[in-house]
Design a binder for this molecule. Structure first.
Ligand code: ADP
Length: 401
């Protein structure tokens, strides 16, 4: 029997998200989530997609990632999709930070694990959780190929001029301070899907990808390779996000320390969790902000205005970085659903080439689609991202079958 299934694991500090895919036709066999690992009220939500069976939710005491994966394995086994099945070809792990070491998806061995561990200082929140997921999965199926797919990998093609901060080189190198970028799996998938939508090969087109979810980032992709992205050493840089400030003058931090008496941790929390849309207007959900704007709420309008202004600046900057732009693609929760954001972000940019057709922009769909009028110099696309499929595809490509 040929093994055609891939399990995709996205392990966070207190959650594990998973999807089981059949790579013969890229279909999902099951999806699910374990939440509140190691906390009160941990729970598992599992949806088999094979026979239309409904979602099963249960509250179970799940002390750690090993217990979480064991519970997932039990649920999958109930649907005849057990992890001991010979049809399982590999497990693909989302790993947030691959630094400069990992430019491609990589089959995991002890040396790879050690290198992901060495990168913990640049990703203290994410890499330890990713490592726990990998170690647990290896213990469960030591014979199975396991592949790490890095959020940073797609951005390792950035030239030094885009990847370096203009700070003292020795200091930067000593502490590995540089712009790594994140959401790379999404930017890779969406830039390729956008080329396909235009009927072109990725090498033939230049694309600006706007990944606008709760976290948000933009990238400039020339001929299939990333040449700039808006997130940096951490996901804090760049666009205004749901709860992150994006770009600020770094001296704001010194000011808050010296004049505000705030600690490093307090400022970290302020900028990552209490800023962006939620800091500006108390809501980080674009649906709610949109509803408030319709009711004439000035704070919501100001937050939206700041969000759009920053987005426009990045679109303009990436037009300049790329020179020739073939398409601008919107993706993730906000990008795929918020017609208002797409319209506002491109309003007035017609002299640069992009244009939005109001009727096409208003259409709701799960399909990749163009929303620019025929003949627009720069096509505008809405492309639903699929990071799990991309991780599964990259994983499966590395497995001997
Ligand atoms: P992440 O993966 O970063 O958590 P998502 O890509 O799932 O985020 O995006 C979540 C965000 O998408 C929500 O916070 C909300 O602002 C936005 N969103 C989802 N659906 C809609 C919609 N129908 N209209 C406007 N915004 C939406």
């Amino acid at each position: 029997m040929t093994a055609t299934r891939v399990l995709v694991l996205n392990s966070g500090s207190s959650s594990v998200k998973y999807q089981l895919l059949d790579m013969r036709d890229s279909t999902r066999l099951a999806v699910g989530l374990v939440e509140r690992i190691g906390e009160q009220g941990s729970r598992l939500k599992h949806t088999p997609l094979t026979d239309g069976g409904g979602t099963r939710e249960r509250s179970v005491a799940i002390a750690d990632h090993a217990a979480a994966l064991k519970a997932v394995a039990e649920e999958l086994a109930r649907d005849g999709l057990g992890l001991d099945s010979p049809e399982l070809a590999a497990i693909g792990h989302r790993v947030v930070h691959g630094g400069q070491s990992f430019t491609e998806p990589t089959v995991i061995d002890d040396a790879v694990l050690a290198e992901i561990e060495r990168l913990i200082p640049v990703a203290p929140l994410h890499n330890p959780a990713n490592l726990m997921g990998i170690r647990t999965a290896r213990a469960l199926r030591p014979d199975l190929p396991q592949v790490a797919v890095f959020d940073t990998a797609f951005h390792t093609t950035m030239p030094e001029s885009a990847a370096r901060y203009a700070i003292d080189v020795a200091t930067a190198d000593a502490y590995r301070v540089r712009r790594y970028g994140f959401h790379g799996t999404s930017h890779a998938y969406v830039s390729r899907a956008t080329a396909a939508l235009l009927g072109k090969a990725p090498e033939e087109v230049n694309v600006i990808v706007l990944h606008l979810g709760n976290g948000a980032s933009a990238s400039a992709v020339r001929a299939g390779r990333c040449v700039d992205t808006s997130m940096g050493l951490t996901p804090l840089e760049g666009l205004v996000m749901g709860t992150r400030s994006g770009d600020i003058d770094p001296a704001v931090i010194f000011h808050l320390m010296r004049v505000g008496g705030m600690s490093t941790d307090e400022i970290d929390t302020l900028l990552n969790k209490k800023s962006g849309l939620i800091g500006l207007c108390g809501d980080n959900d674009m649906r709610e902000i949109s509803r408030r704007i319709d009711e004439g709420d000035e704070r919501a309008e100001l937050a939206f205005g700041i969000y759009i202004h920053r987005l426009k600046k990045y679109i303009g900057a990436y037009c300049a970085v790329l020179g020739r732009v073939d398409a601008i693609a919107f993706t993730a929760g906000v990008g795929e659903n918020a017609a208002r954001v797409r319209q506002a972000a491109l309003a007035g940019l017609e002299p640069l080439g992009p244009a939005v057709d109001a009727d096409l922009n208003a259409v709701r769909s799960d399909e990749a689609r163009l929303i620019s009028p025929a003949g627009a110099r720069v096509a505008v696309a809405v492309v639903p991202t699929d990071e799990e499929l991309e991780i599964a595809t990259q994983t499966y490509a590395l497995v001997d079958r």
